[in-house]
Design a protein around this ligand. Sequence first.
Ligand SMILES: *Cc1c(COP(=O)(O)O)cnc(C)c1O
Length: 358
Amino acid sequence: MSRVYNFSAGPSMLPEAVLKKAAEEMLDYKGSGMSVMEMSHRGKVYVSIIEKAESQLRKLMNIPDNYSVLFLQGGASTQFAMVPMNLMAPNKKADLINTGNWSKKALSEAKMYGEVKVIASSEDKNFTYIPENYTISSDADYVHITSNNTLEGTRFVEYPDTGNVPLVADMSSDIMSVEIDVKKFGLIYAGAQKNLGPAGVTVVIIRNDLIGKHIEKTPTMLRYETHTKEKSLYNTPPTYSVYIAGLVFDWIDEMGGVKAIEAINIEKAKILYDFLEESKMFINPVVKKDRSLMNVPFTAPTDELNEKFIAESEKAGLCTLRGHRLIGGMRASIYNAMPIEGVKKLVEFMKKFEMENK
Ligand SMILES: *Cc1c(COP(=O)(O)O)cnc(C)c1O
């Protein structure tokens, strides 16, 4: 068996230790005689799995007691609608900072439920930076940001100070990559398949005073209230995905927590960005101070070289480096589970490629 370094933007690499543990427990979870996939979500064994996942997440992210943690389905894309359906009250107004493709999707969905003001945008420069000057509307029900822009390779290093207006963040591609102060947010959501686990589960962290304000005729399944009341067990949750996410949380804990992971992430990104700065072939278009720690887009001077790079890197066991179809070129996604050796191998490969294709 040989495993590759997989730079996929999502679904993406999981820690090998997690996959091994899941394999060990596949046929007989802790003497239950069944796989986690086969057991009732209301049984004692499963309830302890989901409760442990929640308590680990609370501990690792230092989530205060006045926040609820939910494990939902439908991906981050469903949150694009759930957030406005539940939070666009009483003013039916929201602010949004437009920093890329995912922000735009959140915007078009939110617009169906009220007035959304784009208070800042970096679209003028192909989303290669994070805008800094904006004024929060005092009557906005919330302000929406995309904390890390998966396609464009930017991130908010500092989060906006929104005062009394709740800050909502789509953290799908950088949750648990750096330490954050949850208190600054009204709501955080993230599809799991980039940094937390397998596809199928979406984590929502919501301040309790924001629950129960959904607009009339919000379907039961799309109300946060339904899921907070039932502790994510209103209906069948994505049981196996929650279990694997729980193993990922245990792995982060064993690594020393989010602070330790953050240090490794900074080191990994530095190796790649340092090389990109000295390279005469590869270009990363992002303004230096706003560079993502998770997604690093880069291009060679011609499409022909990009294609050659993608083909040859794949052969070298450095996989899924093709950039997003909207951006082109290459993109290395180096989430929590990407070992530092993978980034070093990538940089070695890039150096060699540059030498050979001068
Ligand atoms: C991947 C991604 C999404 C979409 O997630 P789904 O779970 O596929 O709906 C949304 N926002 C960001 C920032 C992402 O990276």
